[in-house]
Design a protein around this ligand. Structure first.
Ligand SMILES: [Zn+2]
Length: 94
């Protein structure tokens, strides 16, 4: 039996790529784009950092720097106060 030890079969190309549910940004989007301002009166921007249930997305997922994450958090809290954003938990509409 001629067993070919060196099998030409190789797992070619790149290895297995894991798909992550959240895409990580390298740079915080507010640092990257200076034109984007954090405004509590702008729920469209804030919604990027709020989950469906109204929770604030943590920094390691959103990719924000600590400085801007703080501003986001403040803005979201203000937006909640004036009912621009839902408050987590209490506003459950399926
Ligand atoms: Zn930043």
């Amino acid at each position: 039996m001629c067993a070919d030890e060196r099998t030409p079969q190789r797992s070619t190309s790149s290895g297995p790529r894991k798909k992550r549910p959240f895409q990580r940004r390298k740079v915080c989007r507010f640092c990257a784009d200076k034109q984007v301002s954090i405004d509590y009166k702008d729920p469209r921007t804030l919604r990027y950092f709020v989950s469906e249930r109204g929770k604030i997305i943590p920094r390691r997922i959103s990719g924000n720097c600590s400085k801007h994450q703080r501003e986001i958090t403040e803005a979201i809290k203000r937006a909640r106060n004036i009912a621009l954003l839902p408050i987590a938990g209490s506003h459950a509409t399926p």
